[in-house]
Design a protein around this ligand. Structure first.
Ligand code: SER
Length: 918
């Protein structure tokens, strides 16, 4: 019989097990809050897929873990992209979600298999009360150690421990590279699956649960994986090579939805308390009954699951867009919207309203959601409204495609056609795949990717590609306006015409007023729009002759399709109209500083390849007037010598001062000439190649200096790890580098002044000071220790009691120290430590010290007296400290504690006296 538990009770029990129950075994865990779904500093994955992700640097030994090195978390995890995507299974299986909550515990070089396996068993069978005979486990095929622990230490019959291969029982890495290891999974056995259709099962099963002897196939639906214990002991690089990690780690993950299913006797995770109320609300809203048909049930589950994903992802800062995690959010939203409309027959938008209910249902566990919803709900509403505008037309087009495909007797929708649905109607590929699957058809996904790539890189006529899905407004603009001509490689100023103005994202004929942000599209522009890591230019628009007194500040320039969108504010002046002429001016100092950093970044790329090897690949960059950062692949940190070499090479090239050579050429020619390109980046047929001397030769659309000498100086300021195998260098160049050097030099002068030594002798001076300090500390320690002894002797003479001849008549002292004593706090501690030297063989000493509001206690009792009288130093200080609003403790022979409320000190001392000197 299983006693049902609510999902909140399960969360609480999990936390209590690792923080409290294991504390009694000396292994307390620290409970850390769920990290954001947007991985921090880990570009290898788009959304956090597992509880372990935030801790990758600890597993790899890149950073030291917190103390103690044992954590637990309840982490929001997304499984909707990459190799571990569960998208297609949602609503169609018993327990898959785009987002789920993972209960996990982690050891960084602390405990390992011998501890973890029995703990997992205890938690499931004792704390959650699952019958042992309903559980089975799997281990990695060669992991005899885990097998033996399960069978011998825990006592699971060998017939129920299944050995599985790499596909099932080796976990990780979470992205293309990272920590990984063999795992052991625990399965729940539902027994006779047919019995699941009656509500009181699986508690009263008809069928025997002990698996029949012989091969057990864990893929059968009667088994459900509930907990995965991963023994992280390897690092896997991009080529798939594994090397042992310096330490052995543990990473476990148990899906809250699944364990709730088991404990609540539900048929699937949507019928647990995590979802069922939401499913009923949704069913009522759309006017169907849950249980009415498999199709509507699946759609209800998909909409509920996807909306929960959207609420949590958007609250964490994901914004629907066309790329990366933004694309995932947009795709999930459109998929939910289409299921609601097509299968549930709901013709009006409902996701934003339903999202509010989902947030309210989640808010006891995620209180921050209520504050986030005023921002999240309008984003969902806007996205859904925009999608609905084209959904119907898209559906018609899709139906026509499906008919044509079936009539031609084909099985596959062409990639080009699926792309057209995406490009024109905003249907994500995944959604089209779903839709055609209902008719037994599939989509040529490679063809889709090829069409997308072709569209992106087509020099002309590509205007609508990205813009369309980005926003219908930009899409319309792209259709009606010509490509913005970029003239900014050759000039920083041009006279041109306003072609469009946008206020709050809507086209207007005129903007006016002050401080209102707006966007402008011009016929041609000298403003570089952000791309290739270089930030957009800043500058101004001023009105052409004849109309005085207008300045517009341009804060940024962004590319949408083939248009450059200028992000503007009025500086002075009242209005600007479409059709007006103006002069667009890039701010020259900022542009020059951006070009300095961009050009220096090319040198950094080339220098890294020379020093570390040609296979160093750029993994990202950000180039701004204020500085640059450059991410690249490298197995290990650069040594100081390598860093010095890289910086030396860059500056050597700068001093050789070659002149820039820019050529536009066919990509094949650039490749043949060995120009550096970024892996994974899509380039057009004809590319811009920027070359300096013989050493730097890159494909790039950014702005660069005419001569390398203009950089003046390049300075690396930091080098660090941002993910496994990915390093980041931060660099300053030109004026910014000089400023940095000046500041460092000024700081050094200040230190030299303080230390009264010439700059050249500073390190010697500091070493000498450190030695002096060490000596002084040692002297103080010796002096304080002897002072402690003297103090104790003096106090004993004054107020000591007891002969100290036997454990029954110990030497006793209960006293309060004077706060005026030098280092009174240290003295207190040292006096208790000196008790054995000063007080003979049988003694009990209890000291207190009050300084302002705080009190401290120290207690020392000889072992003989602990035995004879049963007094324990740890308990005595704890008792006194608790009375003074504090805590602490220690061994029976020696302990310290403190409290915040000195006014209770007399009461505390009276209690202690009552025990020690009655
Ligand atoms: N990382 C493992 C998983 O995701 C265990 O937490 O299954």
């Amino acid at each position: 019989m299983i006693t049902p538990l609510s999902s909140q009770q399960i969360r609480d029990k999990f936390v209590a097990f690792f923080t409290q129950k294991l504390a009694s075994l000396g292994k307390p865990h620290t409970h850390v809050p769920s990290a954001s779904l947007i991985p921090v500093n880990n570009p290898t994955v788009m959304l956090t897929p597992a509880g372990m992700l935030p801790f990758v640097p600890y597993f790899l030994g890149l950073q030291s873990p917190p103390e103690p090195p044992r954590l637990l978390s309840i982490q929001k995890c997304a499984r909707v992209s990459g190799k571990a995507s569960d998208l297609d299974s949602v609503g169609r299986t018993r327990g898959h979600h785009t987002l789920f909550e993972m209960l996990g515990n982690f050891s960084f070089g602390d405990y390992f298999k011998t501890e973890m396996i029995p703990w997992a068993w205890t938690f499931l069978t004792e704390d959650l009360g699952l019958p042992a005979e309903r559980l089975l486990v799997s281990v990695f095929e060669t992991d005899d150690e885990a097998f033996n622990i399960w069978t011998q230490q825990v006592g699971v019959p060998a017939s129920r421990v299944v050995r599985c291969g790499e596909k099932d029982n080796f976990w990780g890495p979470p992205g293309p590279t990272g920590p990984c290891g063999p795992c052991s999974e625990i399965y729940f056995d539902f027994g006779d699956l047919d019995a699941l259709d009656t509500p009181d099962t699986p508690d009263t099963p008809d069928a025997p649960y002990t698996p029949e002897s012989g091969e057990i196939n864990l893929d059968q639906p009667r088994y459900l994986e509930v907990w995965n214990l991963v023994f992280m002991e390897y690092f896997q690089d991009a080529q798939g090579h594994r090397t042992p990690l310096a330490q052995k780690n543990v990473d476990t993950g148990m899906g809250l939805e699944r364990i709730s299913l088991v404990l609540q006797g539900a048929k699937n995770t949507f019928e647990t308390d995590l979802f069922l109320p939401l499913i009923h609300q949704l069913a009522q809203r759309v006017g169907v009954a849950y249980g009415q048909s498999p199709q509507t049930d699946t759609a209800l589950k998909i909409v509920a699951d996807h909306t929960r994903f959207l609420v949590l992802a958007l609250a964490d800062g994901v914004t629907p867009s066309n790329e990366g995690r933004g694309y995932i959010a947009r795709m999930i939203l459109r998929r939910a919207s289409r299921f609601a409309r097509r299968v549930l027959g709901c013709q009006t938008p409902l996701l934003a309203e339903f999202a509010e209910r989902v947030a309210a249902h989640l808010s006891p566990a995620y209180p921050e959601l209520m504050a986030a919803m005023p921002k999240v709900a309008p984003v969902i509403a806007r996205e859904e409204a925009r999608f609905n505008e084209t959904l119907e037309r898209g559906e018609k087009h899709l139906e026509a495609l499906i008919d044509a495909c079936k009539n031609a007797g084909e099985q596959t929708i062409a990639g080009e056609d699926a792309f057209k649905l995406y490009d024109t109607y905003g249907f994500p590929l995944e959604m089209t795949q779903d839709a055609v699957a209902e008719f037994g058809l599939s989509v040529d996904a490679d063809g889709f990717a090829a069409a997308m790539a072709a569209q992106k890189t087509r020099a002309r006529g590509a205007r609508k590609a990205t813009a369309m899905v980005e926003s219908p407004v930009y899409a319309e603009l792209s259709e009606t306006l010509p490509e913005t001509r970029f003239v900014g490689y050759d000039t920083l100023t041009c006279k041109t015409q306003v072609l469009a103005l946008l206020l709050d994202g809507e086209p207007v004929d005129e903007v006016s007023g002050t401080n209102t942000p707006f966007e402008a599209v011009l016929a041609e522009t000298p403003f570089y729009a952000e791309s290739g890591g270089q930030v957009g230019d800043r500058g101004t628009f001023i009105r052409d002759e004849g109309h005085h007194g207008l300045t517009v500040v341009v804060e940024d320039a962004q590319k949408v399709g083939d248009l450059v969108i200028h992000k503007c504010l009025f500086d002075n002046g009242t209005s600007l109209r479409v059709g007006e002429s103006l002069v667009a001016q890039v701010e020259p100092v900022a542009r020059h500083a951006a070009a300095v950093h961009h050009t220096a970044t090319h040198l950094l790329n080339a220098a890294l390849k020379q020093v570390l090897g040609a296979d160093v690949a750029q993994a990202g960059s950000r180039v701004a007037p204020e500085g640059a950062r450059f991410d690249f692949t490298a197995a290990a940190a650069l040594t100081p010598v390598q860093l010095a070499k890289v910086e030396w090479l860059m500056n050597h090239w700068i001093q050789s001062d070659p002149v820039r050579d820019v050529q536009v050429m066919p990509i094949a020619q650039a490749q043949a000439e060995g120009a550096v390109m970024m892996a994974g980046e899509k380039y057009g047929d004809s590319v811009r190649v920027v070359r300096y001397g013989l050493f730097s030769h890159e494909l790039c659309g950014g702005t660069h200096l005419e001569r390398l000498g203009y950089i003046g100086l390049a300075k690396i300021v930091s080098e660090s790890a941002i993910a496994a195998g990915v390093r980041r260098i931060e660099m300053l160049a030109g004026e910014a580098a000089l400023r940095y050097v000046r500041q460092e030099s000024a700081e050094l002068s200040r230190i030299a002044d303080l230390l009264k030594a010439p700059k050249s002798a500073l390190s010697e001076r500091i070493e000498k000071l450190q030695d002096d300090l060490k000596l002084a500390r040692r002297q103080t320690e010796t002096l304080t220790a002897s002072l402690a002894r003297q103090q104790l002797e003096a106090l004993l003479t004054k107020s000591g009691a007891g002969s100290g001849d036997s454990p029954e008549t110990p030497k006793l002292l209960v006293a309060e120290l004077s706060p005026d004593l030098p280092n009174a706090g240290d003295l207190l501690k040292l006096m208790s430590e000196a008790a054995a030297l000063v007080m003979g063989r049988h003694y009990a000493l209890f000291l207190a010290l009050a300084q302002q509001d705080r009190v401290q206690f120290a207690c020392a009792i000889s072992e003989s007296v602990v035995k004879a009288r049963g007094w324990k130093a740890g308990e005595l200080v704890k008792q006194a400290a608790q009375l003074c609003d504090g805590g602490g403790g220690g061994k029976p022979t020696l302990a310290q504690a403190g409290g915040k409320n000195a006014s209770a000190l007399p009461q505390a001392m009276a209690q202690i006296r009552a025990v020690l000197c009655p």
